[in-house]
Design a protein around this ligand. Structure first.
Ligand SMILES: CC(C)(COP(=O)(O)OP(=O)(O)OC[C@H]1O[C@@H](n2cnc3c(N)ncnc32)[C@H](O)[C@@H]1OP(=O)(O)O)[C@@H](O)C(=O)NCCC(=O)NCCS
Length: 163
């Protein structure tokens, strides 16, 4: 039985351990991490999943600016290898997108594998710049309200948003 609830401060290191397990070493050298350093994840949207108390999955969202526009940065998301392919990742993404929309966010972006994220409606963002060496084909976005990415271009920058 999975227990899914918002991540709290006390969960931080268990989620980090899951990410260390699921991602290649050196994940924190990726440029997307520079958008997250010393900025808390968006409260209420970042979720942790446990099965019998043991962490099975986690998703985090961060606030960023794209040019002058507000956006959610999805990720990291990871599901423990013993639970991959059971639909948990898809559930966390869909639930996170819905919760983001309900909380008034208009658009979400991520840096990731298009073959996975296109099933949720993510498409390549033209003119949205992550610091090099990000592969532009991995910069993906989704409208939470119709047309939200229209005309939004520029560098992705840190947003030290409270709450
Ligand atoms: C990516 C991840 C979060 C997906 O979670 P999950 O619970 O296994 O996903 P789901 O069960 O909802 O979906 C499984 C499907 O996604 C596909 N998939 C998983 N990772 C994929 C990828 N990188 N590219 C393309 N498809 C992928 C699986 O092949 C499977 O396809 P199917 O539905 O056709 O069988 C999980 O595999 C994971 O933690 N991977 C390691 C960390 C990672 O890569 N995170 C994403 C960063 S971009």
């Amino acid at each position: 039985m999975f227990e899914i609830r918002p991540e709290e401060a006390a969960d931080w290191w268990e989620v980090e351990a899951l990410y260390d397990l699921c991602f290649a070493p050196g994940r924190e050298a990726l440029s997307s991490y520079r958008l997250r350093d010393h900025i808390p994840p968006v409260r209420g949207l970042s979720q942790i999943v446990r099965e019998d108390g043991i962490v099975a999955g986690a998703i985090r969202f961060w606030p960023v600016h794209v040019g002058t526009a507000d956006a959610l940065l999805l990720g990291p998301i990871a599901v423990h290898p013993t639970h991959q392919g059971e639909g948990l990742g898809g559930y966390l993404i869909r639930a996170g997108l819905e919760a983001g929309r309900e909380k008034g966010w208009n658009r979400v972006m991520l840096v990731g594998d298009a073959p996975y994220y296109q099933r949720f409606g993510f498409t390549r963002l033209e003119g949205v710049e992550m610091p090099p060496p990000t592969n532009p084909d991995r910069i993906l976005g989704l409208d939470l309200v119709p047309g939200a990415w229209q005309g939004i271009t520029g560098p992705v920058t840190r947003w030290n948003r409270v709450g």
